[in-house]
Design a protein. Structure first.
Lengths: 544, 304
């Protein structure tokens, strides 16, 4: 097919596919790299943390047959091998994150474009509604391939390392199995974009399908007598592929059939429905709900409530899972001098449940700071869309609007920290781990200051240079996590180490919190936020 | 109470520069309380920049701007208590319904005439139960118009307020603005719908390339501008190219059209000498006045 006509113009038949492919491939590569690096790091850390057959056998004894772990992370097989450990530790996370990404990118490129009104322009050109949808699906497929490549390359490269011995074929099979979740939920996204009349509703339906799939798989994995239920869940099908711990390629059949059927049904739906409307009846009218609409502060709370709730649920679940595995993980740490060294470099000593929690709470600090960064994205979004103008042309002071936003961010990180601690305690108690509620609550509060610092820097960037605020905030988190990782695995320059706010807190409950350092971090964050408020009050508000 | 001695809008040397681009150059503008002033100019002339400066959304590079004597750059909140703004490109929270949006914006503004809000909803035939994301462009425009008008603010700043409205709703809009003027409200109306400006405005300001090039009542502007003359001669049309004040000459058989600046006496004398059969003259419409300024802008560009 010629892609350009004789005047050198790109043929209309490929424009949507090419644009969609570009928009899907960029984040696809990024996620592929994240997954690939994670897989390679898992393999590397396993060989260094469990170098002997005895330590691996101990790990196997610790986790094997734990129904709670199997329900959460999938079946535990061959934990005494690099392949089995990697499959257990990374598969379910990659499947879930990949499925969520696949769903979101599909609804963004389809229903999101309709919500923005750009779809009208596309279908008014030299294509049809079904044609444009098919081209977008093709672009999404390119994005999926872009995600597959780094996973396959990193798995194969790390798998060829000494003492690992995972072949190229097994690596590519594993990468393809991980891709299956992305592809299926991209197809779900393509279909729900035809069903729902807004992207928000499409994501809700798709998210519901993903949740049910996960819960069915969870039930199947928690009791071997109902293991057949795995065939009733798309996520269960991926498990049936047995990536890295065997090979059962016939499980690709339902995956391919489901994806194809969803896309075909979606294309037929796209051809027969009105642009801008979904097949399901829209809930566009309702009686007014004026709760929290009495002013700017209430509006901010109302607008941010869904994302705040989602973040609190995410950190709560994370904390609970941390607590759930505390006892077993603590036991396995005792057989690993490497992990002891890592934890010692991060500021704690010893082994056991408290040490493990101190280690994972540093990871939770990163998650909570991403929640704080989300508030900067939301602030920027209000200005970018022009919604903020509606408030600032009325008697609302700029500083007041921003202070309320900062207040919501601070409330979120404090609640997230406390919830992480409380949820970890609940998880730990179910496994009879000897940790007190007070110590875990303190550990939860201990991870708040780095997030306050991130929030403050984000607000400062927003006040001074709004277009770069989101990049600056997430860049700070990425840099800090990178430094934290290096600091755990090797000796690094002290100045470099000090650039990460996560390394200014101590890994509670493995060590007593350093409240002085935490106060400094908090004070610096608040000072940066005040600087951001002052700059915001003086700069131009960007027109939408 | 309005103080008649204090201008509703006053700018002195107001300027805004974006990098090397001078969006607004030393604007001196005064709008008196109770006036309806049209604010015209081609795209990029600086109209929206002026309004965003008056709203305190952007910072002035030089000069000052006041709303009822309040410096709207240093104390925008106090200025906003006296005004309501209607943008041409509306962006509202999509998950709120029309009524929720009106409730919110009314509470944020602080004062709302609820009875008038109901009247406006009826007058604009607006369904407030729908979510904003379900509204068409025209309906979103009605929503933001109602939100501004229901406040009965002393000053209404309007930037392309009828964008997306159908002719019936445009008529409703004109009635609302006329009603606002009768109540003593001040209106600064930036619009490309020249018929709206001609019908509603007491005075007109024309902006070009960031500069105010004309300001006055329509009568004053017409008086200073060229008169359009059409004549039908008994015989051949005489050579009028040398007649004082005559321009834009068009001859078609025994018919002639031209513009006359200043006294019409030399033209009338020349036509009478050749035997004029029929003579019509009329003042320029606002569109012609406006296009005359566009024309001079084009000439400036060509010369550059």
């Amino acid at each position: 097919m010629r892609r350009r006509d004789r005047y050198g113009r790109r043929r209309a038949t490929t424009v949507v596919a090419v644009t969609s492919a570009k928009r899907a491939a960029r984040p696809g590569v990024v996620w592929g790299l994240v997954f690939g690096v994670t897989i390679a790091a898992t393999m590397k850390s396993y060989t260094s943390s469990f170098p002997t057959a005895a330590s691996r056998a101990n790990l196997l004894r610790t986790f094997q047959g734990n129904a709670a772990f199997e329900a959460l992370f999938g079946l535990l097989r061959h934990l005494d091998t690099v392949a089995g450990y990697t499959a257990y530790k990374d598969s379910m996370t990659i499947i879930i994150v990949g499925a969520v990404w696949g769903l979101l990118i599909a609804t963004k490129l389809l229903r999101g474009e309709e919500d923005a009104g750009r779809w009208d322009l596309l279908v008014a050109g030299q294509t049809t509604r079904a044609g444009a949808t098919a081209q977008t699906a093709l672009g999404l497929a390119v994005g999926a391939v872009a995600l597959w490549l780094p996973i396959a390359v990193f798995t194969a490269a790390a798998g060829s390392g000494s003492g690992i011995d995972i072949g190229v074929g097994a690596s590519f099979y594993f990468a393809t199995a991980m891709l299956a979740a992305v592809v299926m939920f991209m197809a779900v996204g393509v279909l729900v974009s035809q069903l729902a009349s807004t992207r928000h509703d499409a994501n809700l339906i798709g998210g519901g399908i993903l949740t049910v799939s996960y819960l069915v798989r969870m039930a199947a994995d928690s009791d071997s007598r109902i293991g057949w239920l795995r065939w009733a869940s798309p996520i269960g099908w991926i498990e049936q592929l047995r990536p890295l711990i065997g090979s059962a390629p016939w499980a690709f059949v339902p995956i391919v059939v489901l994806s194809a059927v969803l896309v075909v049904v979606a294309l037929r739906a796209a051809a027969h429905r009105d642009v801008g409307a979904g097949l399901l009846p829209a809930r566009d009218a309702r009686p007014p709900r004026t709760l929290l609409l009495g002013g700017q502060a209430g509006l901010t709370v109302r607008l941010t409530a869904p994302s705040v709730t989602a973040w609190l649920a995410a950190v709560g679940i994370t904390g609970f899972v941390f607590g759930l595995v505390t006892q077993a993980a603590g036991r396995s740490l005792k057989s690993s001098p490497t992990i002891e060294r890592v934890i010692a470099r991060l500021g704690a000593n010893g082994a056991g449940a408290a040490t493990y929690l101190g280690f994972v709470f540093l990871i939770a600090a990163g998650l909570v700071s991403v929640a704080a960064a989300g508030q900067i994205t939301a602030m920027r979004g209000e200005e970018d869309t022009g919604h903020l103008d509606n408030l600032l042309v009325r008697p609302v002071a700029r500083w007041r609007w921003l202070l309320v936003r900062i207040g919501v961010g601070l409330g979120l990180v404090v609640a997230a920290g406390a919830l992480t601690g409380a949820a970890a305690w609940i998880g730990a108690v179910t496994q009879h781990a000897a940790v007190s509620f007070a110590s875990l609550l303190q550990a939860g509060i201990n991870i708040v200051p780095p997030s306050v610092f991130v929030l403050g820097i984000g607000v400062l960037a927003y006040g001074l240079w709004p277009r770069a605020a989101v990049a600056v905030t997430y860049g700070l988190i990425a840099w800090s996590v990178l430094i934290e990782t290096f600091a755990g695995t090797s000796r690094i320059n002290r100045w470099l180490r000090d650039t990460s706010p996560f390394l200014h807190i101590r890994p509670a409950p493995a060590a007593s919190p350093d409240w002085r350092a935490a106060s400094w971090l908090t004070a610096l964050g608040l000072a940066a936020a005040i600087g951001g408020v002052v700059a915001f009050a003086r700069r131009d508000i960007e027109a939408a | 109470m309005l103080d008649p001695s204090t201008a509703a809008v006053r700018t002195e040397g107001l300027s805004k520069t974006y990098g090397s681009n001078q969006a607004l150059r030393s604007l001196d503008l005064e709008v008196l309380p109770g006036e309806v002033v049209g604010y015209l100019g081609p795209n990029g002339a600086g109209k929206t920049t002026t309004i965003r400066l008056l709203l305190g959304l952007i910072r002035a590079s030089a000069g000052r701007a006041e709303i009822f004597g309040i410096d709207c750059q240093s104390d925008p909140v106090a200025a906003h208590r006296r005004l309501a703004f209607v943008p041409g490109d509306v962006s509202l929270w999509p998950s709120l319904t029309g009524l929720e949006t009106l409730h919110l914006l009314g509470r944020v503004q602080g004062s709302v005439d609820l009875a008038y809000r109901g009247e406006l909803i009826e007058r604009f035939d607006f369904d407030p139960s729908k979510k904003v994301r379900a509204y068409s462009k025209g309906n979103r425009q009605k929503l933001i118009l109602i939100a501004a008008l229901m406040t009965r603010a002393d000053l209404l700043l309007m930037d392309e307020p009828t964008s997306g409205l159908d002719p019936l709703m445009e008529r409703a809009f004109r009635e609302c603005v006329s009603g606002a003027r009768e109540r003593g409200q001040t209106v600064l109306l930036s619009s490309h719908i020249l018929s709206d400006v001609e019908a509603l405005c007491d005075r007109v300001a024309i902006l070009r390339a960031g500069r105010l090039v004309e300001m006055g009542t329509l009568a004053e502007m017409r008086h200073l501008s060229a008169l359009h003359v059409e004549a039908e001669m008994d015989g051949a049309v005489p050579d009028l190219s040398g007649v004082a004040g005559v321009s834009a000459l068009k001859v078609d058989g025994n018919r002639v059209e031209c513009q006359v600046t200043g006294s019409v006496e030399p033209l009338v004398a020349a036509l009478a000498a050749s035997g004029v059969h029929h003579l019509v003259s009329r003042e320029p419409s606002l569109e012609e006045l406006f296009l005359a300024h566009y024309g001079s802008a084009d000439r400036d560009r060509d010369a550059a």
